[in-house]
Design a protein around this ligand. Structure first.
Ligand SMILES: [Zn+2]
Length: 289
């Protein structure tokens, strides 16, 4: 049995509250009705939704925004039981709905709220509200060591609902990450949209951190890996050229190693001329065994 905490009628609220206190251990899905404090009980659906564990990324959409039907254009075709879902969000749902129907409407209401949320957070007021959450690090911090715990922002990889879950964007390394918690990782990305963080930084450019030059450099025993690899490639090239030249000298055939770049050809001629058979360019490893 489930009880929805959106009723505005006083008597109903009291009776629900009694029921809640006496039987919540058996009857309630805790996650559905409580926040981290385990004691919150709200009569407004949005308050309840925002207080539910896992919904920390969402901000409160202004009631005026929801009530202005212009803002919801097109959503009626995207959400099942749209008008009941909207009534539930605005605490006007008919209380005589049966349990099963109420659960369906509840699900639709969450989806509808998410879609409204995606539109709201790119409005001026929505951006302000999300900015506050960003400053409080409500979306977590960048896991990259060299980003020094920079706060993250939610972002979608697709604006189409039910296609991709929400990701977290770091404006310092300009990369995206999966949310740590599975509750957050399962939130639909369409409830935030692809544009949101970038819109925020357009409006608040002062929040964009200076480009970091910090880069991790892989090393083995203190040597940079890429330099070692480059040296190895150079040594291999010299070895192959020498081998080809020796073989050419033995067989009296033209060399094939000099068919590469013009500089390669030049090197080959120079070395053939001085007769040393050893690469002597500055910085080269003279290893031609
Ligand atoms: Zn980062």
């Amino acid at each position: 049995m489930t009880v929805r905490p959106h009723h505005t009628d006083g008597l109903t609220l009291i009776s629900l509250l009694k029921e809640y206190i006496s039987g919540y251990k058996l009857l309630f899905h805790m996650d559905d009705y409580t926040s981290g404090s385990d004691s919150d009980y709200t009569k407004y659906w949005i308050d309840w939704f925002l207080g539910t564990k896992g919904n920390e990324y969402f901000c409160e959409v202004d009631e005026e925004y929801i009530l202005d039907r212009f803002n919801l254009t097109g959503l009626n075709t995207e959400v099942q039981y749209y008008s009941q879902a909207l009534d539930l969000i605005t605490d006007n749902l008919d209380e005589n709905l049966d349990e099963e129907m109420r659960d369906i409407v509840e699900k639709s209401a969450r989806h509808l709220y998410g879609l409204i949320h995606a539109r709201f957070i790119i409005t001026t007021h929505g951006l302000t509200k999300m900015l506050e959450k960003f400053k409080k690090c409500d979306f977590g911090r960048c896991p990259r060591v060299l980003c020094h715990n920079h706060p993250l922002l939610p972002v979608a990889l697709s604006d189409v609902p039910y296609s991709k879950s929400v990701k977290l964007f770091c404006c310092r390394c300009e990369d995206i990450y999966n949310p740590k918690s599975s509750r957050h990782a399962s939130i639909d990305g369409a409830y935030f949209g692809c544009s949101f963080p970038h819109m925020l930084f357009q409006v608040y450019p002062q929040l964009v951190p200076p480009k970091s030059t910090d880069r991790y450099v892989p090393r083995i025993f203190g040597f940079k890996l890429h330099d070692v690899a480059k040296q190895h490639r150079y040594q291999d090239m010299i070895r192959e050229e020498s081998h080809a030249r020796i073989m050419a000298g033995i067989e009296g055939l033209p060399t094939t190693a000099a068919q590469g770049s013009s500089s390669g050809q030049q090197n080959h001629k120079n070395r053939a001329a001085d007769g040393t058979g050893v690469a002597t360019e500055s910085g080269a490893m003279a290893d031609v065994n």
